[in-house]
Design a protein around this ligand. Structure first.
Ligand code: P6P
Length: 337
């Protein structure tokens, strides 16, 4: 059976699962194909980065106020160039770009909107730690046509038609959902295809690992402090302290949480009451995956998928992972409401 699973590439898997999805259009399948091709191209550039002069920063600062790493910019350019030609999109938005990108009329356009973080965790690039591309796919609102306006992009995560990430690490993995469960594919460089390696991923109801940057604990609100104390103590459902793991790349920390269970937390801090992570290109796509795998994603009070962004680069606190672990945090936040 193992060999049979390993031979299922993404196109065959999409055809199999898309039959049940309202988005089984050729446009949509083409969108996923070009997104996957972009991931393979980025993976090849990352694997060669140590040999070519593309490590390090460009000296520029992005819209988030973060230093732009060369591979950040390369990944951003690869995705924008390829995806504006895929024929399925009317607009895109990148974590690296201040404004959304309408697809030029010179290219075939479609009904989908792609939101992405081209290379999440980029501060880890120079020390060879996992980084990843996170993507979210929306449809343009029913009844709209022609040029896209910003309001067409500002949709709650519950409106996503697909979401996923490509994790560049010891192996390159694609994990995505189209609303029919969560499936993981591992890139076979010899074949040049992502092959099904993790069918129907389910996140354990409760884990044994918590993931948070405790360096900011003096800046957290009391609810965040109590939440972390819950996982470090014995008064939790496991009746034992959880292990602490924090890579500093959201995609890597989330991928571990998805497979092993537990919780990833990025609480608000005094100077960032909305937290650091972006709602549309980080929290919402991962929330879609978490829920499709049987987990939860919350800002402490609300389901991430219910939050309607008020701006393209809206930020949100994030508590995501096993149902029982996220529910425990929400119960603590309820006490401090
Ligand atoms: P901190 C990377 O910049 C990122 O957006 C996520 O990948 C990561 O989880 C987080 O920031 C790390 O932030 O404040 O702990 O360094």
């Amino acid at each position: 059976m193992e060999d049979e699973i390993a031979e299922v590439a993404v196109p065959a898997h999409i055809r199999l699962h898309q039959q049940k999805s309202p988005h089984s259009t050729e446009q949509y399948t083409g969108l996923l194909y070009d997104l996957i091709l972009s991931g393979k191209t980025i993976s090849r550039r990352i694997n060669k980065a140590g040999l070519l002069d593309i490590l390090g920063g460009t000296g520029e600062v992005n819209v988030q106020g973060e230093n732009v790493q060369k591979l950040d910019e390369i990944a951003n350019r690869i995705l924008i160039y390829r995806m504006e030609r895929c024929g399925a999109l009317c607009a895109m938005a990148s974590e690296e770009e201040p404004n959304f990108i309408p697809v030029s009329p010179e290219f075939p356009r479609g009904d989908y909107i792609l939101i992405f973080d081209p290379l999440d965790g980029s501060s880890n690039i120079d020390v060879n730690i996992n980084v990843g591309t996170i993507f979210s796919i929306l449809r343009r609102p029913q009844g709209t046509s022609g040029d896209v306006c910003l309001e067409d992009l500002l949709q709650a995560g519950a409106q996503q038609v697909a979401a996923g990430y490509i994790l560049y690490g010891p192996s390159t993995m694609l994990v995505f959902t189209t609303g029919q469960g969560v499936h993981g594919f591992t890139l076979d460089p010899g074949v040049g295809e992502f092959l099904l390696s993790h069918p129907d991923i389910r996140i354990p109801e409760r884990g044994k690992i918590y993931s948070v940057n405790e360096g900011y604990s003096n800046c957290w609100d009391e609810a965040a402090r109590q939440s972390v104390a819950y996982f470090k103590g014995t008064d939790n459902l496991a009746q034992a302290p959880y292990s602490s793991r924090y890579v500093g790349s959201l995609v890597a920390d989330f991928h571990r949480t998805l497979l092993y269970g537990g919780i990833y937390m990025y609480p608000p801090v005094v100077e960032k009451p909305q937290g650091k992570l972006r709602l549309m290109c980080e929290a919402a796509p991962l929330a879609f995956l978490a829920e499709q795998a049987g987990g939860l994603a919350s800002d402490g009070h609300r389901r991430i998928m219910d939050i309607v962004p008020d701006q393209l680069h809206a930020r949100t606190p994030l508590f995501i992972g096993s149902t029982q672990d996220v529910a425990a945090v929400e119960a603590i936040y309820k006490r401090y409401k």
